[in-house]
Ligand binder design. Structure first.
Ligand code: SAM
Length: 258
């Protein structure tokens, strides 16, 4: 892939770099995985705070650059790898951090969260950060909010202006933090609940009754007052409650395949 397509906007603000490193590592952590280290501006801040740092970079030229810059540091390791395909469970207990390439930020975040890592700190496009951390009833709240909030506590930490990068991106950026949920949302089938969430938000302006009628019998949906609302007005717990009711009351044979 051509370099300009790899989302190579390098962070140059010392203040932003220090804040991200502190948010990820505090005063020190045993293991850090950095996604997209680029030329190593953030790597240099993370290395003194990490017992060990594993960097994943897709661009072979930047992997060579990193090896030349940090190869003599005993706690540094780099892999030429596509982070979208990475198995994060290979680094148990690691904090995951990165100034992510925006074109693949969402699949990388989903993969990291699914691996159940103890903490992740990412610099991403501000609009995506707002969607990930949005609350019901807000304009940004949608499927991505519920998908990630189902699996993680999400928090927007601070914003980063385009002038903090070289070259500056066309959009604003923000740093988010993800941690495993303290109180898991109880559903009988995790993957099926995720499909249910996707269907609930399928047409954002339609009611749940409308969106869910593709899968559940209309007679059942009509009996449940919550289905006259739109998914964007419902909390995750309310959506889970509705899901539990619908799957309990709908024997498999009555469900239309999604
Ligand atoms: N961390 C550096 C900084 O802040 O200066 C660079 C961040 S830049 C926004 C994104 C980096 O991710 C680039 O180095 C790019 O080559 C790398 N990258 C792009 N796609 C990737 C992928 N799928 N897997 C791993 N790294 C990727």
């Amino acid at each position: 892939m051509a370099r300009q397509k790899l989302g190579q906007h390098f962070l140059v603000s010392e203040k932003a770099l220090d804040r991200i490193a502190a948010a990820a590592c505090g005063s020190g952590v045993p293991l850090v995985v950095e996604i997209g280290p680029g030329k190593g501006a953030l790597t240099a801040k993370l290395l003194p705070l990490a017992g060990k740092l594993v960097a994943l970079e897709i661009d072979p030229g930047l992997v060579a650059y990193q090896r030349a810059r940090f190869g003599d540091q005993p706690n540094f390791e780099i892999h030429q790898q596509d982070a979208v395909q990475a198995e994060f469970s290979a680094w148990p207990g690691a904090v995951i951090v990165g100034n992510l390439p925006y074109y693949v930020a969402t699949p990388i975040i989903e993969r990291v969260v699914r691996a159940g890592v103890p903490r992740a700190v990412f610099l991403i496009q501000r609009e995506v950060a707002e969607r990930i951390t949005a609350l019901p009833g807000s304009r940004a709240y949608g499927f991505l909010s519920t998908l990630l909030q189902f699996m993680a506590e999400t928090r927007l930490l601070f914003r980063v202006a385009p002038g903090c990068f070289h070259p500056p991106p066309k959009v604003d950026s923000a740093v988010i933090e993800l941690r495993p949920r303290e109180r898991p949302v109880a559903v009988p089938d995790t993957e099926d609940f995720i499909r249910f969430l996707a269907l609930s938000f399928h047409l954002k302006r339609k009611t749940l009754r409308n969106n869910l009628s593709e899968r559940f019998p209309k007679t059942l949906l009509d009996q449940l007052p919550a289905t006259s609302r739109r998914a964007e007005q419902m909390t995750l717990e309310e959506l889970a409650q509705l899901y539990r009711t619908l799957v309990n009351d709908t024997p498999d044979k009555l469900q239309v395949a999604p």
